[in-house]
Design a protein. Structure first.
Length: 312
């Protein structure tokens, strides 16, 4: 029996928390969200106001806290409130919106990290041509392309999903996403499945190929150079970037693919699905803030300037 999508509430997977763990879990989740938002906004604001950071690498990095904040905000407020209220209900429009924002965040991060890898490739492998290649015009085109391709592909994904009537009400995950919403449909979803696979190939496979190529070239250049200090700095910078990318890439792929196999562990799928929304937004500003000397110093100056002006 098909149901009017706007007339009822969907039920998200239960959290299975005991009464003794409700408030500690609520406080932990709320504190984690506040830390994520604060750290990402701090990085975002510091890059925006510090003229010495108005360089291609940091302008590209500027997009990462925006995407991370979108992803965390799509997940944490509803999740944290449902812990304390023990109410796992969500309206269908809110569920569709959450799914869009979460997929938009995940795809956006992969594309941004790919652009940052390309920037490091040019800086390390073609240093004399860096300013010519990574010109302001090129940078603007890259950023517009990232958000445009991300928005168009995810909107299409969600529109293909929203056209269906639904005949079930239980979401099999801790938050709304395209695969779990498709499981509510009793109609033919082959078009959605094909488009979903194409999206995974393009938005997961494309960035992976870029990362493999750029890092192979960076590694080759680092091996050939005789400057040990420059080689060490390049490997350190790229190693950090690679760790961030792999955490997001592996967890996202496993989470999405696990929905297509009945034998896959639901617990593993949910744990990895939540980790996609927790670890990158939490780790990105910390990793880049600590590893980048310029950004770290600018953050310290920004905080001293603003704390000092507040005290006065």
């Amino acid at each position: 029996m098909y149901t009017n999508k706007s007339a009822f509430l969907l039920t998200l997977e239960t959290l299975s928390l005991s009464n003794a763990n409700i408030y500690p879990a609520f406080l932990f989740g709320a504190l984690l969200y506040v830390i994520i938002v604060f750290c990402n906004l701090l990085v975002l604001t510091t890059i925006a106001v510090s003229k010495n950071l108005h360089k291609p690498m940091f302008i590209l990095l500027l997009n990462l806290p925006i995407s991370d904040t979108v992803g965390a905000t799509a997940f944490f407020p509803h999740f944290v409130s449902s812990i304390v209220t023990q109410n796992r209900l969500i309206s269908h429009p809110a569920c569709i919106t959450q799914a869009f924002l979460i997929h938009f965040y995940g795809a956006g991060n992969l594309l941004i990290l790919s652009a940052m890898a390309y920037d490091r490739y040019i800086a390390i492998c073609c240093p004399l041509r860096y300013n010519a290649i990574m010109s302001p015009q090129t940078l603007i085109k890259m950023i517009i392309f990232i958000w445009l391709i991300n928005f168009s592909m995810i909107v299409t994904l969600i529109l293909l999903l929203a056209r269906f009537k639904i005949c079930r009400m239980n979401i099999v995950d801790l938050y709304c996403n395209n695969p779990s919403l498709l499981k509510l449909v009793c109609e033919d979803t082959r078009v959605n499945n094909y488009y979903g696979l194409a999206t995974i190939v393009l938005l997961q496979g494309g960035p992976l190929l870029i990362i493999i190529y750029t890092y192979a070239q960076i590694l080759r250049t680092c091996v050939m150079t005789n400057q040990s200090a420059a080689r060490r700095k390049a490997i350190q910078t790229c190693g950090t970037h690679l760790v961030v990318f792999l955490i997001l890439q592996i967890n996202t792929v496993v989470t999405l693919v696990a929905h297509r196999f009945e034998s896959a562990s639901p617990f593993m799928r949910r744990a990895l699905g939540v980790s996609v929304l927790v670890f990158p937004p939490f780790l990105d500003p910390i990793i880049y803030g600590l590893k980048s000397t310029e950004l770290k110093q600018s953050i310290k100056m920004f905080l001293k300037r603003n704390v000092g002006s507040t005290n006065i």
